[in-house]
Design a protein around this ligand. Structure first.
Ligand code: BJ8
Length: 423
């Protein structure tokens, strides 16, 4: 990595704390990722992206801002990146998947709050996230209660706008969501000083669809036996989808998918053909939350899919065709986003159906349902998920954890017992 200290200083990062974070991340990445065997060549690009996540990519964002473009930070897949793009902005997903930032939220939000929410706030408070610091505006969404209240606090420290979200999937909820998306457009138009044009929006949606199609293609390859890529590597690609340059990322994912398709023909896998196969389902695993996958894959099992927002909930639903007018396109974006079966909706039976069909489509031997501590919506849905999977004859293990390493041994023991049971 080059010397980015001046840029980090200009972004008001806490340099000492930031050095500490980069030191931990570098070590963990080497131990977990670079130690893997038989990785596809195409993963080299993604290793490079991680190594420059706080360097080159941040420099690109600053160059974009220097030319008058805006950077928009988001915490959820419901914030439409094509709208941001069409207004000349770059949207970045604020990952917050590290225990490192959780203590910095102490005293601002109850400790019995989901670690993702605590880390999102913590990364602002401890000034170690160059993506938050580069964001001209943060867009929050009223999905779960914890996030809703966190955004109120975040707004005291960083410009933040909050989109309201429907709780149901009825026609009235759709209307409400469309009007919220239109309000977001007004806000982003004011922020960027541009007017949303139908042609620019359809071009941006086209780019987004190309990106999602590439990720879908990569994930489809994972159904093969042996799986041509580890779960860890596939997860990394989904994590990077939220912050890399869209055109470059799409090209590199397609190159990786080419390689995986060739590996399938040669029967070349990341693990042996007999390795037990797991589907992940649950709360998002934002960068750098690799704990579960690293523990499981060190036991010789391979993850073959993620029913998660860092995974299928992001890439599955395509934008429906429409008449091309601005209104028509915004309604189509609403329909695409309402196809994201987040546990914050009620009822949400579509998610349970998705998990059962994904387990079959990926040739999984079992499902791990995982939710972050204090996430009530996903914990509550785990009961229905278990019931449906048992009915379909698919073994399921429900786990709950936070980002810390404290429960690593306990998770390992439970995963080991589950894998034995599946055999
Ligand atoms: S669309 S899953 S990204 S809200 S884990 S913070 S729900 S308490 S992250 Fe999510 Fe959007 Fe839904 Fe996806 Fe709350 Fe649960 Fe924490 Fe969560």
């Amino acid at each position: 990595m080059g010397d980015y200290r001046q840029m980090w200083t200009d972004l008001d990062l806490d340099l000492a704390k930031h050095d500490e974070l980069l030191g931990i991340l570098g070590q963990v990445y080497t131990q977990i990722y670079l130690a893997q065997k038989d990785r596809p060549e195409g993963m080299k690009y993604f290793d490079f992206v991680v190594s420059e996540a706080h360097g080159l990519r941040i420099q690109e964002l600053q160059e974009h801002r220097d030319k008058g473009g805006k950077v928009v930070g988001a915490f959820c897949v419901f914030v439409p990146e094509d709208v941001t793009m069409a207004l000349g902005g770059v949207q970045v997903g604020l990952c917050a998947g590290a225990d490192f930032a959780v203590p910095a939220s102490d005293g601002l939000i109850p400790s019995k709050t989901c670690p993702l929410i605590r880390a999102s706030l913590g990364f602002k408070m401890n000034k170690t996230c160059p993506y938050i610091q580069s964001s001209d505006i943060l867009i929050g969404e009223n999905t779960c209660d914890g996030k809703k209240k966190m955004f109120e606090i975040m707004g005291e420290y960083h410009p933040t706008y909050v989109m309201d979200m429907p709780q149901k999937k009825t026609a009235a909820s759709r209307d409400m969501f469309i009007s919220e998306l239109k309000a977001l457009v007004v806000k982003l138009e004011a922020e960027t000083g541009r007017k949303l044009e139908p042609g620019a929006l359809s071009a941006a949606t086209g780019k987004l669809e190309a990106k999602k199609a590439a990720i879908r293609r990569l994930n489809k390859a994972r159904a093969a036996k042996p799986a041509p890529i580890s779960g860890l590597d596939a997860l990394l690609v989904s994590q990077i989808a939220f912050y890399d340059d869209i055109d470059r990322f799409t090209g590199k994912v397609n190159e990786l998918a080419d390689e995986l398709e060739a590996r399938i023909k040669e029967k070349k896998g990341a693990f042996s053909e007999s390795a037990p196969r797991l589907l992940y389902s649950g709360t998002p695993l934002p960068l750098p939350d690799w704990k579960l996958f690293s523990i499981a894959e060190s036991l010789g099992v391979v993850f073959v899919g993620e029913e998660s927002c860092v995974g299928s909930r992001y890439y599955t639903t395509a934008t429906p065709k429409c008449d091309g007018s601005l209104d028509g396109q915004i309604s189509a974006i609403a329909d695409r986003l309402l196809g994201t079966h987040c546990a914050c909706f009620t009822p949400n039976s579509e998610r349970v159906d998705d998990i059962v069909s994904m387990a079959k489509d990926t040739n999984a031997d079992g499902v791990v349902h995982y939710n972050l501590s204090f996430c009530q919506t996903y914990a509550a849905e785990s009961v229905k998920v278990e019931k449906a999977l048992k009915k379909a004859g698919i073994p399921v293990l429900s786990l709950e954890s936070d980002f810390s390493a404290n429960d690593g041994e306990q998770l390992k023991t439970r995963l080991q017992a589950f894998v034995e049971m599946m055999k």
